[in-house]
Design a protein around this ligand. Structure first.
Ligand code: UDP
Ligand code: MG
Length: 342
């Protein structure tokens, strides 16, 4: 795979968060208008924060403009810059995954190429991580200028609904701009699910996650690469990937139609006894409302099973251990199952 000149493992005796190797992952789709500026600012920050101990991984997500030439030129100038070119456009979330699969540093920063998230706050994020003993420091938007009212409103509703329908907390007003430990990054890479909603997956992992408030700026140059179609795709990946609510719809309908058919039954039988209804009307009405509720009930039950198969198929770890305090003397008979995440 890639080779570069820097050893990103911490030197013996060095404990400060500033000396740990830093990897920055930047997914880029058609970013020729802004990429050089982004790189300049990123390199300046990295040189100040982790001199000689950083890498910047630029993932070209199938760009059709000069993005890859810019990346290649940058890798020739600076051996700390690594370029990864995907075979075609795979989408932001998979480009991110491709970048995370390449990291070698101890700390991993994920940032967009368009400078909406200012790289200059990185040192403060690292400090916060050290002070809080956090595994993840995620950027939380205090303000978001340059985004349309429509985007803000839909995003707002969407995240609130998503948060309500999952049994763990997905932070509001946060995107993929975050600093995390290598452990978190490796866990993300090891999760094999196909439809990836990274910020949900990070939230799902748990560990200690703290917000870092910042002002989101307008895109520095170029246009948004998140078309409405891509936004809807991401929203459906988020919702379907983290909530079984849509599948449960059958059960809600079943409950609703059962109550309705009980009322209907009373009304139909009452009318048939008290008034002159057409022969066969009462039995037909009763039959159809009972059959409708039975069908929804069966659909709901199938939905529950499908939901379980779906979750099982994601092969997410069943539990994760964040810290281990274990003073046993006896040697383990087999390698500890906790070793990977301890
Ligand atoms: N991006 C990508 N592949 C895509 C869409 C976007 O790699 O299919 C990148 C893009 O280059 C940028 C980041 O993902 O670095 C976020 O995209 P953008 O800023 O256009 O989205 P917005 O901020 O408008 O939601
Ligand atoms: Mg953007």
């Amino acid at each position: 795979m890639n080779t570069h000149a820097f050893d990103l493992t911490p030197a013996p005796g060095m404990r400060s968060s500033q000396t740990r190797g830093l990897s920055v992952v930047v997914p880029c789709l058609d970013e020729e208008a802004v990429l050089e500026t982004t790189l300049e600012r990123l390199v300046t920050v990295c040189e100040a924060t982790a001199p000689g101990r950083y890498e910047i991984i630029l993932v070209d997500d199938g760009s059709t403009d000069r993005t890859w030439s810019v990346i290649e030129a940058a890798t020739r100038r600076n051996a700390a810059i690594v370029g990864v070119r995907l075979s075609r456009n795979h989408g932001h979330q998979l480009a991110l995954l491709a970048g995370l699969s390449e990291v070698r540093g101890e700390l991993v920063l994920v940032i967009d190429a368009d400078l909406q998230d200012p790289p200059e706050i990185l040192p403060d994020m690292i400090d916060l991580m050290a002070v809080e003993g956090a595994d993840v420091v995620y950027g939380k938007r205090r303000t978001r200028t340059g985004e349309t009212f429509f985007k803000r409103l839909t995003a707002d509703w969407f995240y609130r609904l998503l948060d309500k329908s999952t049994d763990f907390e997905i932070p509001l007003d946060a995107g993929d701009f975050r600093l995390m430990t290598r452990q978190i990054s490796d866990l993300l890479v090891s999760m094999p699910e196909r439809d990836r909603f990274t910020r949900g997956m990070v939230a799902w992992l748990g560990f200690r996650q703290v917000p870092f408030l910042y002002d989101r700026e307008p895109r520095h140059a170029g246009e948004t690469k998140y078309t409405l179609r891509k936004m809807l795709r991401l929203a459906s990946d988020a919702f379907l990937g983290f909530s079984l609510l849509p599948l449960r719809f059958g059960l809600f309908l079943a409950a609703f139609t059962s109550i309705f058919s009980i009322g209907m039954g009373i009304f139909v039988v009452g009318s048939a006894l008290m008034t002159n209804t057409a022969p066969g009307w009462a039995s037909a009405m009763l039959f159809s409302s009972i059959v409708a509720s039975a069908q929804f009930a069966v659909l709901g039950v199938i939905g529950e099973y499908v939901g379980r198969i779906y979750l099982q198929d994601k092969k997410r770890p069943l539990f994760l251990v964040s810290r281990l305090s274990d003073r046993r003397n006896a040697p383990a008979r087999e390698p500890s199952r906790f070793a990977a995440s301890a």
